[in-house]
Ligand binder design. Structure first.
Ligand SMILES: [Cu+2]
Length: 271
């Protein structure tokens, strides 16, 4: 028995030490597993994430403690059936009211943060029309009147100017996708027949990965894109490059014919 307890605690210790080491290198340990946030809005979601973890841990420790205490204090000592308790009002009241309070607190903070995260009252500097199509992304730079279309074989890159508020307008011509840049701490569904939108202000230059977060068909896993957060000059240069490449105008979400380079067409099974 004692050997088993010692082995178990050694295993737990090893897991904690190893995960601590690996995560510490990137600072993820302090963010409770989140990658580094790169938008002005990211701390709002980060706080909610960390707060929820702390709350869950407090409840967890309390519950584990009570389980452990009950298991030890009321362990079987002889073959006599212990006194059976039913309808203990204080206990029933406690386990009805406590979860209500827990849910209420989580609900309050979620709604408050959600209102801030989805706030679109500030005018956006840049508007990007995002089309999620099976199985890639199209980016319409609305103000610049240029576009870029990705395919499953060529991952598109979304360019954004640093420290400027971007408004994303999400449309789909086929099925539900989900527009997700993990380091933005933000994800929103792309629904056919309905335009979803949100605003973020990227505040750190760099290259970030983006992906579809809603299982949308056979090549869902290839529905990737890159995000380049660059200086205003580099952003302008990229818009000019798209213009030079003949990619002026905007792609309309319902125009499925625009996406002729999907593997389905390559395989000839779309016809
Ligand atoms: Cu998708």
């Amino acid at each position: 028995m004692r050997r088993r307890v010692m082995a178990a605690s050694a295993a737990v210790g090893a897991v904690l030490a190893l995960s601590g080491c690996a995560a510490d290198a990137s600072g993820q340990w302090q963010r409770w597993g989140l990658p580094e946030g790169v938008t002005e809005q990211a701390p709002l979601i980060g706080d909610l994430w960390v707060g929820s973890w702390v709350a869950a841990l407090v409840v967890g420790v309390l519950v584990w403690g009570l389980i452990l205490w009950a298991a030890i204090a009321y362990r079987k000592r002889n073959d006599e059936l212990p006194r059976q308790t039913r309808f203990n009002m204080p206990i029933e009241f406690l386990y009805t009211v406590t979860p209500l309070i827990v849910i209420g607190v989580l609900f309050f903070f979620t709604v408050r943060h959600q209102d801030d995260i989805l706030d679109e009252s500030a005018p956006a500097d840049v508007t990007v029309g995002v089309i999620g199509q099976q199985w890639s992304w199209t980016f319409n730079y609305v103000d610049e009147d240029v576009y870029d279309i990705g395919t499953t074989t060529e991952i598109p890159t979304l360019y954004l100017p640093v420290d400027q508020t971007v408004r994303f307008e999400l449309d789909s011509p086929d099925v539900i996708h989900s527009f997700w840049v993990p380091q933005f701490y933000m994800k929103q569904d792309v629904v056919p027949g309905r335009t979803n939108s949100f605003q973020v202000t990227p505040n750190k230059e760099g290259t970030y990965a983006g992906k579809c977060a809603e299982l949308c068909g056979v090549y869902h896993s290839r529905m990737l894109f890159n995000v380049e957060v660059v200086s205003a000059e580099e952003f302008e240069a990229q818009m000019e490059a798209l213009r030079q490449a003949g990619q002026s105008g905007q792609i309309d979400a319902p125009l499925r014919g625009a996406y002729s380079e999907t593997p389905l067409n390559e395989a000839g099974s779309d016809q």
